[in-house]
Design a protein around this ligand. Sequence first.
Ligand code: PMP
Ligand code: GLN
Length: 392
Amino acid sequence: MAGTSRDRTARRLRSIPPTVFSEMSALAARTGSLNLGQGFPDRDGPSPVVEAAVAALRAGRNQYAPGPGVPELRAAVAEHQRRHYGIDLDPDTEVVVTAGATEAVAAAVLSLLNPGEEMVVLEPYYDSYVACIEMAGGVRRPVTLRAPDFRLDADALRAAVTPRTTAILLNTPHNPTGSVLDVEELRVVAEVATEHDLVVVTDEVYEHLVFDGHRHVPLCTLPGMWERTLTISSAGKTFSFTGWKVGWATGPADLVRTLTAAKQWLTFTNAAPLQPAVAHALTHEAGFYEALARELQDKRDLLVAGLRDLDMDVYLPQATYFATSDVRRYGHRDARAFCQALPERAGVVAIPAQALYDDQEAGRHLVRWAFCKETHVLEEAVRRLLAADLRA
Ligand code: PMP
Ligand code: GLN
């Protein structure tokens, strides 16, 4: 049945385009292209973890989990933070399980921002950040990470803070640039946050997918930062179960309570039988993500070498699933035009990173390529790109 032509979408959502990741995955499906767009692996995580989920389903763990998450997962998250970073957490008050990192970010933003208040955010950004800030009635203040190095510019960060700023939303390791903020950069964030009494929400979903001996340092471990930091992660990237949507936020009890004030009204709780399986993964499967990081580093090298053979400027990521390249010399107006032509020209899909910037000039010619795919898929993608005419 035809609807009326009136757009009934609430005004605060109208300015936000549909997520580029769904758009590009639909394009890949429609054109039968290799999908180097949306970041999800094409091989599942460890089978003992799947078995743990099956066992939980069969054992009748199918009713609502407790609001903060099942006790064994909260304990496993606390133990993981202790083992990797020396962070001591009370699993009863300082951990909350969420529907992926996405819900944790949404709940953090919705619970921290009053309408009109500002959140400083690194751009290019993971697109849900923009939507969440809009839904909260807040204002984003982007700080641009610029090619070729995509480092945090301390002056730009300082300049982005105003008397209306409530919080900083950080993402390290960073999607899409692959930058891992180093201790100097984190110190600047800590200084700014402390000076202006800001909360920092850090999205660390790629914490284990780090290459070349770089080290991820959680911001909350810097002096004075524990009490003002909410740290977010997820089983999606660490264990290659992106469809499970089991994430968590950790931090001081008062901030976890604040986040939960919104979270309880979003999903209340999620994925009861998957939560014990993720607890099992955190406790027994560290070997999986260590091996995954090594494999991804090889895949990064394969893809980056292929893109360089195409005579593109490619920026080597220190972490994550993604490499970024500048496609200017192919003569397209912008990355979007390049990416829209790509399925027909080469049978490959990639993400116009432009969609992840407010500063269109900084992102106009940048394309993000996912390398969390089987080696033969990456090899075939490179073959197709080399054989194609990519010029406008
Ligand atoms: N944050 C970043 C930076 C991401 O790249 C992703 C990826 N998908 C998410 C959050 C979402 O995580 P989840 O699937 O656990 O919601
Ligand atoms: N985080 C993944 C990416 O950046 C997937 C995100 C999504 O589909 N919402 O591609």
